[in-house]
Ligand binder design. Structure first.
Ligand SMILES: Nc1nc2c(c(=O)[nH]1)N[C@H]1C(S)=C(S)[C@@H](COP(=O)(O)OP(=O)(O)OC[C@H]3O[C@@H](n4cnc5c(=O)[nH]c(N)nc54)[C@H](O)[C@@H]3O)O[C@H]1N2
Ligand SMILES: Nc1nc2c(c(=O)[nH]1)N[C@H]1C(S)=C(S)[C@@H](COP(=O)(O)OP(=O)(O)OC[C@H]3O[C@@H](n4cnc5c(=O)[nH]c(N)nc54)[C@H](O)[C@@H]3O)O[C@H]1N2
Ligand code: SF4
Ligand SMILES: [Mo]
Length: 677
């Protein structure tokens, strides 16, 4: 049996494993023992990753819509339709009437080509991807506070922390390898503080679990900071030497006496005090956060509030202490690094900067890069619904299940003149497409993924593509050519050479250096060993910046008609829209269908028993879904995972956006629950 070392295609932890190949088919998986993250361990999704690769439903040929039905065609026919349509639309209504969604499932090289396709070949900055739904607020917030929007530390540093403040991250289920390090830290005596409305599995290990009302994090952490300032637990020297804006920020805290904070958040004042003292008095204290913080209309402000907390206590710029947004998808860090975002080119180089634009114009041999701000994910959908966006090219995303308010998403997608979807399965989104192009999965191509700790790692081809499917980078080259722009790289390694040449943080990243465990950026030069933790002597922006931030309620609050707060998210066994995990028998067997968690007191009041169907209704729509009566959720809060198309959470969610980062408010909306007839 052949074995091929590669990187997991599910979450951002970036475990490495061997795919076992027999007779040209991937038949099994086993973890790399030497790899710093996997260390011989995988989560259940990693162990079963081989199954979807061989699934009979994999796309094997291009499909073109004829008389309302998608029919298999050859590449030549599919490409000629795409070329003709995209060119006609661009000619008639201009490049900004086209939009491109890139993919955090795809490689760095593919994301780089996608943003180059949008900008150089088509001439628009309308390129974005699922980071918008995920950590857009992190990227915006941490860039403001520190100058760089990534995890400040490495996953393995967690193990030797003394205090971990974990908020809005269900780490053992969603980032299992990192969750494993948290439990090891606990075993070594670390104190764990959880701030999460739900009783997540890690709560069992917590010295303190604060169960705030969803959408009240700013008040909660301002309360903690007021205690830290009042009790003189702040790090004065650090504030003086390494930060700015303290005095103005400090004034805000006067508005957060603990009685007031308790009222807003529902967290007892005594717990807030305890959390503040624990966190502030330890040197090796680290914050871990994820979607519970970012997916709010106040997402950027939530992130800035956590940044204030680390600056106030001097808890960043050293090993084992920092602020760590766990990036979700296998390569969402990389898709951002590559500039698959409307406001930046690769390496977070703003196209608004004329000098940088010139650099890229020269490197890409084009006359002029677009200089108009591009649209974000939800904005593209809105523009489509209004008839302003005419064509959308989606690679490796499934917005028909993953975007908020999918009734509206469907309206937008149906209104497009032309929709291309490039995926490995015929997703809910692909079913609406005019042309479907078959990409290959991670097992059938070479490339790199960048994990949540900025580690650029190889994926390696272990089997041949299924049917006529092609690696996404090869498809993108063909599309660029159709738009009159030549892209001709012989291999992903060649693409990486170009990335390194135009992207300072990736300047020293070459395939021959990635053989063993990859490299952590910033890695500016070939000789550079990579960077384990950020902001050692100075912040990327110079001084760390405090921001005065006040609590604001969510866009939609509960009322008499919609008395429940609906929060949405994920679970251990499934990944996102389920395109891969629901086709994996071991995972499907564990959780074949969707559910809504309802607190026992609410269930009693409504006459709901565990296992019965209920109707969950919001101002956007309603779904029928099985109730799971459970103390995991607090009273008057319900939780629905968004993996299941039959009970799609996103029929219900609110598409209100954070004005600063345009992330939608997946984590809070108002709902009512009725027993289904
Ligand atoms: N198994 C599995 N793993 C995954 C994924 C998957 O689909 N399945 N997806 C990957 C991706 S892309 C991502 S982004 C990550 C996401 O990983 P997480 O962010 O850990 O996952 P979520 O379930 O979205 O939300 C995390 C927690 O936020 C809490 N929360 C809800 N509202 C609030 C609030 O107002 N404030 C606070 N502080 N917390 C709140 C929820 O109770 C939940 O426990 O997971 C990655 N890993
Ligand atoms: N209600 C609610 N909604 C949410 C969230 C939430 O917490 N609550 N979280 C949001 C977050 S954080 C995220 S990241 C998004 C995720 O949203 P999406 O990215 O839209 O979800 P996925 O299901 O991961 O879609 C990835 C697609 O890529 C395909 N694919 C896999 N590998 C490849 C490949 O190599 N090439 C190509 N071409 N395709 C491939 C898969 O089949 C799948 O269709 O969902 C968001 N939606
Ligand atoms: S922890 Fe994440 S990277 Fe590791 S095997 Fe599980 S899904 Fe894959
Ligand atoms: Mo995500």
């Amino acid at each position: 049996m052949k074995k091929v070392l590669t990187t997991c295609t599910y979450c951002g932890c970036g475990c490495n494993f061997y795919l076992q190949v027999r007779d040209g088919e991937v038949v099994g998986v086993y973890p790399s023992k030497k790899h710093p993250i996997s260390q011989g361990i995988l989560c259940v999704k990693g162990w079963n990753v081989h199954e979807f690769i061989n699934h009979p439903a994999r796309l094997k040929t291009p499909l073109v819509k004829k008389n309302g039905a998608l029919v298999p065609v050859g590449w030549d026919e599919a490409l000629s339709v795409v070329g003709e349509k995209l060119n006609t639309i661009r000619r008639q209504t201009g490049p900004d009437s086209l939009g491109f969604l890139s993919s955090a499932k795809c490689t760095n090289e593919e994301n780089y080509l996608m943003m180059k396709l949008a900008r150089a070949a088509c001439g628009t900055n309308n390129v974005d991807h699922c980071a918008r739904l995920c950590h857009a607020s992190t990227v915006a917030g941490l860039a403001l506070a520190f100058g760089s929007g990534a995890m400040t530390n490495s996953i393995n540093e967690v193990e030797d922390c003394d205090v971990l403040l974990i908020t809005g991250s269900n780490t053992t289920e969603q980032h299992p390898a990192t969750g494993n390090r948290i439990i090891r830290a606990y075993d070594k005596g670390a104190k764990i503080i959880i701030a999460d409305p739900r009783e997540i599995p890690l709560a069992k290990y917590a010295a303190l679990h604060m169960r705030q009302r969803p959408g009240t994090d700013i008040a909660l952490f301002n309360g903690m900071m007021k205690v830290i300032v009042d009790e003189n637990l702040l790090d004065k020297e650090y504030i003086e030497m390494r930060t700015e804006g303290f005095e103005e920020f400090r004034k805000v805290l006067a508005r957060y006496p603990l009685e007031q904070v308790e009222k807003i958040t529902n967290v007892p004042a005594a717990d807030i005090k305890k959390a503040a003292r624990l966190y502030a008095s330890s040197k090796k204290a680290s914050i871990i956060y994820s979607m519970g913080i970012t997916q709010h209309t106040t997402g950027t402000d939530n992130v800035l509030t956590l940044a204030n907390l680390v600056l106030l206590t001097g808890h960043v710029g050293f090993p084992h202490t920092g602020i760590n947004p766990l990036r979700g998808q296998n390569n969402v860090q990389g898709a951002c690094d590559m500039g698959a975002l409307p406001n930046v080119l690769s390496g977070y180089q703003a196209w608004a900067n004329e000098e940088l634009r010139k650099k890229f114009e020269k490197a890409w041999a084009i006359e002029k890069l677009p200089d108009k701000m591009g649209l974000t994910v939800v904005e593209m959908i809105n523009a489509a619904a209004k008839g302003e966006l005419k064509a959308l090219y989606i690679m490796g995303e499934n917005p028909m299940l993953s975007d908020p308010n999918i009734t509206h998403v469907e309206e937008g997608l149906r209104k497009l003149e032309f929709l291309v979807v490039q995926d490995i399965f015929l997703t809910e989104t692909a079913q609406l497409a005019d042309v479907v192009l078959p990409g290959t999965s991670f097992a059938e191509k070479d490339g790199t993924f960048t994990n949540t700790e900025r580690r650029v790692q190889r994926i390696r081809k272990s089997v041949d593509p299924v049917g006529q499917s092609l690696p996404d980078w090869q498809i993108l080259q063909k599309i660029a050519k159709l738009l009159g722009y030549k892209m001709d790289y012989g291999s992903p390694a060649k693409i990486m050479e170009e990335i390194a040449s135009v992207t300072p943080i990736y300047g020293g990243i070459f395939y021959d250096r990635l053989e063993e465990f990859g490299l952590q950026w910033p890695c500016p030069k070939r000789e550079h060993p990579g960077t384990k933790f950020l902001h050692r002597e100075a912040f990327s922006r110079g001084k760390g910046k405090f921001s005065p931030i006040d609590h604001l309620p969510p866009a939609e609050e509960t009322d008499r008609e919609y008395p429940f707060t609906l929060t949405t998210g994920r679970m251990y066994f499934h990944f996102h829209t389920g395109t891969m995990t629901r086709k994996t028998s071991q995972l499907h067997r564990e959780h074949p269908e969707g559910f809504v968690e309802v607190n026992p007191a609410d269930a009693k009041e409504l006459g709901i028993r565990s296992g019965c169907f209920v109707k969950v209704i919001t101002r956007r729509g309603s779904i029928n879904i099985r109730a799971q009566v459970s103390t995991i959720v607090p009273g008057k809060t319900i939780f629905i995972p968004f993996h299941f198309r039959e009970a799609a959470a996103n029929i219900l969610t609110n598409d209100a956006l954070d004005p600063k980062s345009k992330i939608p408010e997946f984590k809070v909306c108002a709902a009512k629950v009725e027993v289904s007839q």
